[in-house]
Design a binder for this molecule. Structure first.
Ligand SMILES: *Cc1c(COP(=O)(O)O)cnc(C)c1O
Length: 370
């Protein structure tokens, strides 16, 4: 699905030199490289505070801890997402309230959010799935009306630009009260291990998030709040600093792949190519087709046989996962979520794809549909 090796070879010199420096100075934790990347990322995103942490799941958990949610509080999440989003909610004793997504954008449905709000609702966690932003303008409006926190799960859409109806633009992950992202190796900005970050424009939240990620302390051994231990290590910061200047070019390369696929599949009746919303750029973390003729599983089996990488993100709605049955309050059917779990299939997309590889994949997919 990705080719991290070829991408590494293009920045090898800088990465190797930086990692060697960390080894030479043995500043493995909290080295100057972490602060350097933090500042660079703040500048890139146009956000006041970036708090580097250990992974994207931690980022979400620390964000929920910072807004002071109490056990029993309800948090609205899309039912069609990666498990991490709901997992941290359940871990903190909060109640994940799962709502349907839009069939075109794959992102959380606005009417679904409105219908799910109760007196216990405290936060909304929109996920910018596959690299395209949720309808943040509507979400922020609802949040303001009902005094809810908005925590963006931006693990799949780092670098995407959102345009508000008044023309103002902002990077995804900087629009809600807090944004979270992951630097898992296969993400659009990936390091060579685990990593993550939390973003906010709120000074008070910024201080608190830093504190929580560091055992609740500012002054060593004086713990003001219950925190956790979540650090980005210096070696990962080196990799991220080397990659960040290329992030927009990486995005462009992904969009080119998506354009190629779109053109190749436009006449295949059974396939629906990804919808591109007008209010956001799409950074194509995934290229996800909908198979409309019921042959998704057969297509998957055929591609597996042809040794063409492919994935189903995600085969099961959150509320049907064994782990979440208890917390999903009897919910057992959301129309679009159910349909998408049966229709979606993702094809390889990354920064290093050749036209030859793309043409081969397209030819095989088209051959399947005859
Ligand atoms: C990858 C991902 C996460 C979790 O990130 P990790 O770094 O693997 O913990 C959370 N949410 C979404 C939508 C993701 O894709």
């Amino acid at each position: 699905m990705v080719d991290v090796k070829s991408q590494y070879l293009k920045i090898k010199e800088e990465v190797d030199r930086g990692i060697q420096e960390v080894l030479d100075t043995t500043a493995f934790i909290n080295g100057p490289q972490v602060k350097k990347f933090q500042k660079e990322f703040e500048t890139y995103l146009g956000v006041k505070h970036v708090i580097p942490c250990a992974n994207g799941t931690d980022a979400l958990q620390i964000a929920m801890m910072a807004v002071g949610l109490k056990p029993g509080d309800e948090v609205i999440v899309p039912a069609f997402t990666y498990v991490a989003t709901a997992e941290v909610i359940a871990l903190l004793g909060l109640v994940p309230v799962m709502v349907d997504v839009d069939a075109d954008t794959f992102n959380v449905n606005i009417k679904g959010i409105q219908a799910a709000i109760t007196s216990k609702t405290k936060a909304i966690v929109p996920v910018h799935l596959y690299g395209q932003a949720a309808d943040m303008e509507s979400i922020m409006k609802i949040a303001e009306e009902h005094q809810l926190w908005v925590i963006e799960d931006n693990a799949q859409a780092i670098g995407a630009d959102y345009t508000f109806s008044d023309g103002r633009t902002a990077k995804t992950g900087t629009i809600g009260h807090i944004g979270c992202t992951s630097f898992y190796p296969s993400k659009n900005l990936g390091c060579y291990g685990d990593g993550g970050a939390i973003m906010t424009n709120d000074d008070e939240l910024g201080t608190l998030l830093h504190k929580i990620a560091n055992h609740g302390q500012v002054v060593r051994y004086y713990h003001d709040v219950v925190g956790c231990n979540s650090r980005l290590d210096s070696i990962q910061a080196v990799v991220l600093s080397a990659k960040l200047p290329h992030l927009d070019a990486y995005r462009d390369a992904r969009v080119k792949v998506a354009d190629f696929y779109d053109a190749a599949f436009k006449d295949v009746k059974a396939l629906e190519t990804p919808y591109r919303a007008s209010y956001t750029t799409h950074v194509f973390h995934q290229y996800t087709l909908k198979v409309k003729d019921g042959s998704r599983d057969a297509l998957k089996a055929y591609l597996d046989e042809q040794k063409i990488p492919n994935m189903i993100y995600y085969p099961v709605p959150l509320y049907k996962q064994e782990a979440f049955k208890a917390s999903s309050n009897g919910l057992d059917y959301l129309e679009n979520t159910e349909t998408l779990c049966k229709e979606v299939i993702s094809l390889p997309i990354h920064t290093e794809m050749s036209e030859e590889q793309l043409a081969y994949i397209c030819e095989k997919v088209k051959a399947f549909f005859g």
